[in-house]
Each structure stands twice: as structure tokens, then as C-alpha cells.
Design a protein around this ligand. Structure first.
Ligand SMILES: [Zn+2]
Length: 413
């Protein structure tokens, strides 16, 4: 599937005809789809109730930041706001630490989202998880235990600058990278809209900048104008530096690293940089991934495929999950592509926000249980009552087929 600018659409169609390539127009006017998606979000905001955070719509960054501060204030016995980094533009990158304070060191789980700006469902899913942990504490035995026993670090938006940029104009809704730039990286004659400030392209892919197999020939780009530009050097980006320092300072403590992305419905483990290399903990990865994807499926019937990144998606070098596994020694390091498979992609409709967040919630709980118990963990169903499995909607036959054949858009996610 390709997106073609309006100015060259006719020429492109002629070219396809000339080469006798059959094609089908999937969306006639993508800009209109974006604008409708944004209008719908504004309509939903009108129904917001004072003092309540609406988890069924997308939120701009100032509202997310406010939610983190409000939650830490309201649940001060459980939650604190921690600053893990500062962005290129100088904004703080915040995480909520959720856990009952103990005198002895606790094991911890790290969850981040919003690494790629346009993947709005990822921050929404992280925020819902925060809400479930704090509101279920004291009412739900499993959640209470996991908040007592573990610390949860949840950073809903890592790429704060990029996220704000993607909200700033409909033409920027599909922005992926950060907004950093370096005048010395001018890549020649580039006249597209991402070319700014003396021909320097904007942004670094924050999931290609980690100090692990950085800049290897396949899996990222040296071109600042590419969507997968890996930056000037490993860890050149302040967001990546801040998060990696934060995690290394808690080495041994953080025992699971989850990074939320969209889309594709995939639960992925190392490696991303090499398609044939199998990590020594593969058996353990497969076991937890089977448990987590089964937990997801139980909620609304959605199928999430699991596997090694380079095997089921594409080769990606300098990514955070490989770094967490190889450099920070976190055995359970996963990247999760949320809904959907390819129908709406980054413009996931609003009526799928809550269902997506709901289906990931028990999967995160399973990660917590596994971290607590270790490799001998025997699956404990959560929720025990099975109440959340009612009213499930199964994936369409087309989805099942796409999942089975791995035929999804080769767009970077
Ligand atoms: Zn992504």
C-alpha cells in the first residue's frame, strides 16, 4: 500500500497503467480521513465530564501531563511523577512510578509509549493501564498484590516533541520522528515539507538511536530525511539518553521492558537487528508471549501474533527492546504493536481506543505475575471470573487471513 501526494496522483496512475500493474484505490482522500478523525476527537471532547479523564478519546500532551500530575496527587500513597529525560526542545519526559513504598528494593516493570509520534493509541493504552492500577488497588487482589510487590514505571509519551508536533496540524498527523535537527546533517536537495532550517530535515527515529548494533547497514537510515534516520551517533538524542540512563540506574531492579507502538497486533521479542540469531532466553520469551497474547485474545477476541521482530516484521537496528535485552540485561524485553492490522492503521477509530486498552491490561498483569514468579510461573487466569471475556468480537476472516500470511503494510511502525 502506498500513499501518493495529490499533485502527482494522476501521473502515478498513468505510470501504473503503462506498466500494466493493476491497482485499487483504498482511500481517495487521505487528508479528509485525517480531518474527520480529528473532528471526531473534538466531538468526543464535548462529552468530557469535569474532573474525569475520558479514556475513549485521544488527548493532546498538556492533558496527558495534567492527568499524570492529578493521578500522583490523588493517589499519593501509590504514585509519583518522575522525570526520566528532557527532550530536544527542553520539555520533561515524565513517567508515573506506581508501587507501595518498601524499605527493601523491589522488582520493577517498565512500560513506555509514544516513541513514534503518530501512534496515538500507544499513549492512550498506557494511560488506561495507569488508571486501572491505581483504581483497582485495594479492590482487586491481583492488582493490589502486584502494586505491593512490584514498582511499575509507566512513561506514556517518550517523544513529547514529536507527539505535540503530530497534534499541531492535520498535515503533521502522521509524523513519526522527534523534532531534533542538526545543521551539519544537510542531505542535499530536499524540497519536501519536512525539510526545514537550511535544508536540514527534521527529526530522528527514537527507536533507531539506541546503543545496540546502531547504524548497521540494514534496519535504519543515515539520511536525516528518512523516516528511520538513526541520528548522528548512538544515543545522540536526549530522550534516548535519559531513558537509557534511568533504566541502567535501576539495573537488576527492572525485570521487564515493554515498549508500546502501533500498528499490526504483534507481541515481539529480540532480536530486531538480526533475523537468524536466536537469543538464549527465547524459550522464556515464547512462554510469556503465549501467555500475554492469550490474555489479550480472551478480552475481545483479537489475535496478536508473537515472534522475534526481525522474523515477523523487519530488521530494525538500534532499537530499544534489543538494547534493554542486550545492554541492560532485562530478559523480558518486548515491543508491542497495538491495533489494528491494516484497516485504519495510525488513524485507529475512537471506538477502538478503549477495547485496545482493555485487552492489553490483563496482558500487562500477566507480565507482572511472571516477573514476580519467574520462569516457573504457572499461568493464573486474570481476571479470575472471566467477566471481561463476555461480548467478544472475533476478528473478521480477512484479518485472520492477513495475520496468517503476515501480509501487512510494510510501513514503518
Ligand atoms: Zn512505532
Amino acid at each position: 500500500m502506498v500513499t501518493v501526494g495529490a499533485s502527482i496522483a494522476d501521473e502515478f496512475k498513468d505510470l501504473l497503467h503503462d506498466y500494466k500493474l493493476s491497482f485499487e484505490i483504498y482511500v481517495e482522500d487521505y487528508r479528509e480521513s485525517i480531518e474527520e478523525h480529528l473532528r471526531e476527537n473534538l466531538r468526543l471532547a464535548e462529552d468530557d465530564k469535569v474532573g474525569e479523564f475520558n479514556f475513549a478519546r485521544y488527548h493532546p500532551y498538556n492533558e496527558i501531563r495534567q492527568y499524570l500530575t492529578d493521578t500522583a496527587g490523588r493517589y499519593s500513597n501509590l504514585a509519583t511523577v518522575v522525570t526520566v529525560a528532557h527532550t530536544f526542545e527542553g520539555r520533561p519526559v515524565l513517567a508515573l512510578k506506581i508501587g507501595v513504598a518498601k524499605n527493601t528494593p523491589k522488582r520493577a516493570v517498565w512500560i513506555d509509549a509514544g516513541v513514534h509520534a503518530r501512534e496515538w493509541i500507544a499513549p492512550a493504552t498506557a494511560l488506561y493501564f495507569i488508571n486501572q492500577l491505581v483504581t483497582r488497588y485495594g479492590h482487586d487482589q491481583t492488582v493490589t498484590d502486584l502494586v505491593e510487590k512490584l514498582d511499575w514505571y509507566i512513561a506514556p509519551v517518550i517523544n513529547v516533541d514529536g507527539y505535540i508536533y503530530s497534534w499541531s496540524h492535520p498535515a503533521r498527523r502522521l509524523w513519526r520522528k522527534s523534532t531534533s535537527y542538526d545543521n551539519s546533517t544537510c542531505a542535499g536537495e530536499n524540497a519536501d515539507t519536512t525539510t526545514v532550517r537550511n535544508c536540514t530535515c527534521l527529526g530522528v527515529d527514537l527507536n533507531r538511536n539506541w546503543d545496540v548494533h546502531w547504524g548497521e547497514p540494514i534496519g535504519s537510515s543515515w539520511d536525516p530525511c528518512s523516516g528511520t534516520y538513526h541520528g548522528r551517533s548512538p544515543v545522540s538524542e536526549p530522550e534516548v539518553k535519559g531513558v537509557s540512563d534511568f533504566i541502567l540506574q535501576r539495573r537488576g531492579e527492572i525485570q521487564a521492558y515493554l515498549s508500546l507502538h502501533s500498528y499490526g497486533q504483534l507481541w515481539m521479542y529480540p532480536y530486531g537487528y538480526n533475523a537468524t540469531k536466536v537469543p538464549k532466553d527465547n524459550k522464556d520469551h515464547v512462554k510469556l508471549s503465549e501467555i500475554a497474547t492469550a490474555a489479550i485474545r480472551k478480552v475481545h477476541g483479537k489475535q496478536y501474533q508473537h515472534g522475534r521482530v526481525a522474523d515477523i516484521l523487519y530488521v530494525a537496528t538500534g532499537n530499544s527492546k534489543d538494547w534493554a535485552y542486550e545492554k541492560a540485561g532485562i530478559v523480558h524485553s518486548y515491543a508491542i504493536e497495538l491495533r489494528d492490522v491494516w484497516e485504519y492503521g495510525f488513524l485507529l477509530p475512537h471506538d477502538q481506543i478503549l477495547p485496545t486498552a482493555q485487552e492489553l491490561f490483563p496482558a500487562f498483569i500477566q507480565v507482572g505475575l511472571y516477573v514476580w514468579d519467574g520462569p516457573n510461573y504457572e499461568y493464573i487466569p486474570y481476571p479470575a471470573s472471566g467477566a471481561e471475556s463476555t461480548g467478544r468480537l472475533l476478528d473478521s476472516t480477512v484479518y485472520q487471513w492477513l495475520l496468517a500470511t503476515s501480509l501487512m503494510m510494510r510501513i514503518f511502525i
